[in-house]
Design a protein around this ligand. Sequence first.
Ligand SMILES: Nc1ncnc2c1ncn2[C@@H]1O[C@H](COP(=O)(O)OP(=O)(O)O)[C@@H](O)[C@H]1O
Ligand SMILES: [Mg+2]
Length: 261
Amino acid sequence: MGWREPASVPLEPGENAPVLQATGLVRRLGSGAAAREVLRGVGLTLKAGEFAALTGPSGSGKSTLLYLLGGLDRPDRGEVRIAGTPLSAVHDDDLARLRNRLVGFVYQFHFLLPEFSALDNVLMPLWARGGGRSRADRAWGKELLGWMGLGDKTGKLPRELSGGEQQRVAVARALVNRPQLLLADEPTGNLDSANARMVYQLFRRLHQEQGQTILVVTHDPRWAAASDRVLRLLDGRIVADERRAAGNTAGDADGFDQGGS
Ligand SMILES: Nc1ncnc2c1ncn2[C@@H]1O[C@H](COP(=O)(O)OP(=O)(O)O)[C@@H](O)[C@H]1O
Ligand SMILES: [Mg+2]
């Protein structure tokens, strides 16, 4: 894909720019006869502090879209702007830095490094910026693990943790940079109900305390019901975009926003 002239948008994060803005995203995947348009013109805007869910059937393009929005992949057509910066104008090396500074990403599969402790896995994004070794950084990593209910497991290796615990470590890792934008691909997909609720409540807490902008791909109807906005993807297009009142506490007795167990 060729480099395009940056549009007349400031490269520095604009005060009033939406945290995330995508227009006309098209992504073709596969080659030869198997090539297909997985995304067929997706546009969406997330303002600072939105807590949104992205739903849609398996194969509808959710992961593909999230990768484009997080700058992990490039569209064939269309543009993604993060904090006003058009990613098409950013070279790959700079893109990695921009991501590291602004975006937290929770992968569908957690990709923890097996030979590092839970705490070191969490701190790793800071190492990439030359940090992560100070007392303050280590304390922050431990605090995040504490929020995830893993305060007593910071020294454990991934193989010494359950699947749910590993996933929560991956969530903590995505948060260690205090990203403005948090993107998560089915963060509760492999978790039981109690662990799923814990992850949801942590996201809510971050949202409340730090004003993060959050977009979560989810199949979990409780997560969607508890979100402020729900986008639905079908066959590579957004077919629904529904907002709820802020501070929405929808959901039945089993909903995530109910206290207790
Ligand atoms: N690298 C690839 N090459 C070819 N097809 C792909 C590739 N990645 C994903 N796809 C196809 O794109 C479609 C959307 O995939 P994906 O974004 O993973 O969907 P979702 O996350 O909604 O389940 C699927 O049909 C998938 O098979
Ligand atoms: Mg997916």
